[in-house]
Design a protein around this ligand. Sequence first.
Ligand SMILES: [Zn+2]
Length: 145
Amino acid sequence: MRFRKKPMEVSAEQYTELGTPVKGMCANAHCLRSAPHVHTIHDNQSVMLALNDWVLPEPDGVHFYPVKPDIFAKTYEAIEERDPTEIKDGRIRSRICTLMSEMLDNPDDVGIFPTSVFMAKMEDFVLSEIEAAKKEAKDQQNRDG
Ligand SMILES: [Zn+2]
């Protein structure tokens, strides 16, 4: 059988400076090995780190393994981290602002905001965006053949 790796995000740190620890490097004072190393998922085996190795977590999140920089460059690409304050889609933000303003500008006689109306409108909006995205994906598929 042949397999393809599923895309998956990982956090990795590169060991670039002798003596400067990176996440995953063994820091156990009682460990028999003194040179920089990690413990892998395979029987907790220790593997020496070389300068510029990348240290990646094993799927169990407890153990780590090193990856040579050239292999790392071939198999991984950096994920651009998004600024949460960045406006990704001005149209969507504008619609949400309008709905929130409608709610905040219209408290009832005792000062309670119409949150259920707001939620219903938000649901409609989100569902219509999902439908539009599905249609767009389908159209794209048809164009691609
Ligand atoms: Zn160790």
